[in-house]
Design a protein around this ligand. Structure first.
Ligand SMILES: [Mn+2]
Length: 375
């Protein structure tokens, strides 16, 4: 039998780091990927889909997020099981208990709202460990494994959510890896699917984090996928195939900038990135530029911002100096107040306000240069 494993849809995630226009498209992308997961499940003739927590980014979401998610799920031909995770836990304010949820659940959608065993087909059952609060005081996966009833003869898929003890975190809710791998080794469960880590990860044999189907942060190394899991009901053998479903990309690009040739390279590298409107670029810029080169960089970044979903300089990892010479402005023939400002700012370049001075000089250069040229 075959199923699709996914997690961390984070529906309704605010994306507040994005410009308004991109933020709306980013939110829609998380709904669109739900449709695509349904298509993958149908194409792959999966028996069901399981979402291992953080289906919703929060329990406090505008009702349109639930409505749109349900519209997408209503088109699915494959049943889906939703596990509450830490972001969408089953607390008093749970989104799974809200009127907009309970009043409109599409056929084929089931919430795993209690720990324990859920028969899914004649051959397989889920062992679920849902979250009931943001800070559980125990390892929920270990708890459900400790209470596991005797085998029904069905193959068992554990569905949980959380980081691994000692690897991701050390809080009391962290999942103990050895308890879990022990249960896998002695076949109390056949495969384990966990949410929380947004990068697709094989944490141990038959123990997988599918990752977020649509990227959420730059630090994720391998997001944008779901897992097609083949479970041999006779032998218990497991084969996992990641399938790409995400459309957005968050990339980090490092550029040493020490002259016009480096700026040419940066311009060319950015130009080559596909699907710019679905790409967020984080730049680490190092080196030293002259004032005209700095002005060219600012102009280049402004034009890139028109094309990319978002592009920004990662200040913490960047160190870009500007080498100012009054001669840079010589050809512009500045006089009076403007010439004085240039002289003052150039001096500031070696002081504590160097960054602000470089910004100002770059801007001044662009403005006066542009004015000069249009004369
Ligand atoms: Mn998550």
């Amino acid at each position: 039998m075959r199923f699709v494993a996914t997690a961390d849809w984070q529906l309704g995630m605010p994306g507040s780091f994005l410009p308004d226009e991109a933020r709306a498209r980013f939110a829609q992308a998380r709904i669109d990927v739900v449709r695509r997961i349904g298509e993958v499940a149908a194409e792959q003739q999966a028996d069901f889909v399981v979402v291992a927590g953080d289906v919703f980014d929060s329990n406090q979401l505008h009702r349109s997020v639930v409505a749109r998610a349900f519209d997408a799920l209503a088109d699915w031909s494959v049943p889906v099981y939703l596990l509450p995770g830490n972001h969408d836990c089953l607390d008093a304010a749970s989104i799974y208990r809200s009127a907009e949820f309970t009043g409109a659940v599409p056929d084929g959608v089931q919430v795993l709202d209690a720990p324990g065993v859920y028969p899914v087909t004649s051959e397989v059952e889920l062992v679920a460990a849902p979250w009931f609060g943001k800070r559980p005081l125990t390892d929920l996966v270990a708890d459900v494994l400790a209470d596991l009833p005797e085998s029904s003869g069905r193959r068992r898929v554990l569905v949980g959510h959380g980081g691994l003890l000692g690897i991701d975190r050390d809080d009391p809710a962290a999942i103990d890896l050895s308890t879990l791998t022990g249960a896998l080794a002695d076949r109390r469960i056949d495969v384990a699917i966990l949410g929380d880590r947004h990068s697709t990860t094989e944490a141990a044999d038959r123990l997988w984090y599918p990752g977020a189907p649509e990227v959420t942060r730059h630090r994720e190394t391998d997001p944008g996928q779901v897992l097609v899991v083949d479970l041999d009901e006779r032998t218990g053998g497991v084969e996992v195939t990641p399938v790409r479903v995400g459309r957005w990309t968050f990339l980090t690009h490092g550029a040493p900038l020490n002259g016009d040739a480096d700026l040419d390279d940066l311009e060319r590298d950015l130009d080559r990135v596909p699907d710019k409107h679905l790409t967020v670029v984080r730049l680490t810029l190092t080196g030293t530029l002259t004032i005209p080169q700095r002005a060219r960089l600012d102009d280049l970044l402004e034009r890139a911002a028109d094309r990319f979903a978002h592009i920004f300089v990662w200040q913490r990892r960047s160190e870009l100096a500007v080498r100012g010479e009054a001669a840079d402005f010589g050809e512009l023939g500045l006089t009076g107040f403007a010439a004085e400002a240039v002289a003052e700012l150039t001096e500031e370049l070696s002081g504590p306000e160097a960054e602000e001075a470089a910004d100002a000089l770059g801007l001044l250069y662009r403005l006066t240069g542009a004015a000069e040229m249009s004369r």
